[in-house]
Ligand binder design. Structure first.
Ligand code: CP
Length: 310
């Protein structure tokens, strides 16, 4: 089995390009397995995984749980809203109590940037970051890149535009890191107020006009407006945002080429993307969700391999 260079998956920045390619190859094998009538392998029968979700999730939570079960791991699920966190227990105390139950690996989503790293620094467990506030969502970026690679063969030389609320998006930052490691060209597009000031340090192009971004790219990764993370109003109204940055079939049909559409979900139909585009043959949205299970199986399997030899 190939190794990863890391014990945890907190940031795409921590990975080497070889790690990403190892995850892709492993995920290809798992994708083949989960499309068989018997979708389960006994590989991680001796591993217990805790899914600690301190923030809402549909895709990531269910995808991790299914990936773990497909690998035959024992799984416990923690949801902050129904836990003793409500009685004032700290993140470290909560995690250490769960680890005392002989848990081997923690998958954590948290609203605060750096929360997954805080667990790495204060406990002895191996941690997978399932999204930490506005910081990173590494497994989403890996499944996005896997989905693009599946369609185009490789990412090297491809032009990918990430469009929408870049400032508040953990998906954007993780995607930028992953795409650049894999040799893609990256552009971000959105209103000035939703593009972070540090963006030029990441080696990406910046565009404020949606049509220009679409004319440039092979792949458009559409992001939703993260209203839950906005303490002030960054644009006049949703209607005006949609008029300038909403992707619809008319804009697409005016391009002189085909583009591929990604969206990490949840989608807000009629805001950043119309139903016609989201449900079209150009969209990889449900392929991304399908690939998420295989990619997460690969990441868990590779990190668990390191645990066994520790
Ligand atoms: N893409 C994603 O992270 O979706 P959820 O918030 O539903 O997990």
């Amino acid at each position: 089995m190939n190794d990863l260079s890391v014990k945890h998956l907190i940031s795409i920045n921590d990975l080497e390009t070889n790690d990403l390619n190892t995850i892709f190859k492993t995920a290809e094998s798992f994708k083949e397995i989960i499309n068989r009538p018997i979708k389960k392998v006994p590989t991680l029968r001796d591993i217990t995984i805790a899914n600690l979700f301190f923030e809402n999730s549909t895709r990531t939570k269910l995808s991790f749980e299914l990936a773990e079960k497909r690998l035959s791991a024992d799984v416990i699920n923690f949801s902050a809203s129904s836990s003793s966190v409500k009685k004032g227990e700290t993140l470290i105390d909560t995690t250490n109590n769960i680890l005392s139950m002989k848990v081997d690996l923690v998958v954590m989503r948290h609203p605060h940037p750096g929360a997954a790293n805080h667990i790495v620094n204060n406990t002895n467990t191996s941690v997978i970051n399932a999204g930490d506030g506005t910081h990173e969502h590494p497994t989403q970026a890996i499944l996005d890149c896997f989905s693009i690679r599946e369609k185009f063969g490789e990412l090297k030389g491809l032009k990918v535009a990430i469009i929408g609320d870049i400032k508040h998006s953990r998906v954007a930052l993780s995607n930028i890191y992953a795409l650049k490691k894999l040799g893609a060209e990256v552009m971000v597009c959105g209103p000035t107020t939703l593009i972070p000031k540090y963006i030029h340090h990441l080696g990406v192009k910046v565009e404020h006009n949606l049509t220009n971004a679409l004319k440039w790219c092979d792949v458009a990764n559409m992001l939703r407006i993260q209203l839950e993370r906005q303490e002030i109003q960054y644009f006049p109204s949703i209607r005006e945002y949609t008029r300038q940055y909403g992707l619809n079939m008319q804009i697409i049909s005016e391009l002189s080429k085909e583009i591929t559409i990604l969206h990490p979900g949840p989608i807000n139909r009629g805001v950043e993307i119309t139903s016609e585009v989201a449900d079209s043959s150009r969209s990889l949205i449900l392929d991304q969700v399908e690939n998420g299970v295989a990619v997460r199986m690969a990441i868990i399997y590779l990190l668990a391999g390191r645990l066994n030899r520790a």
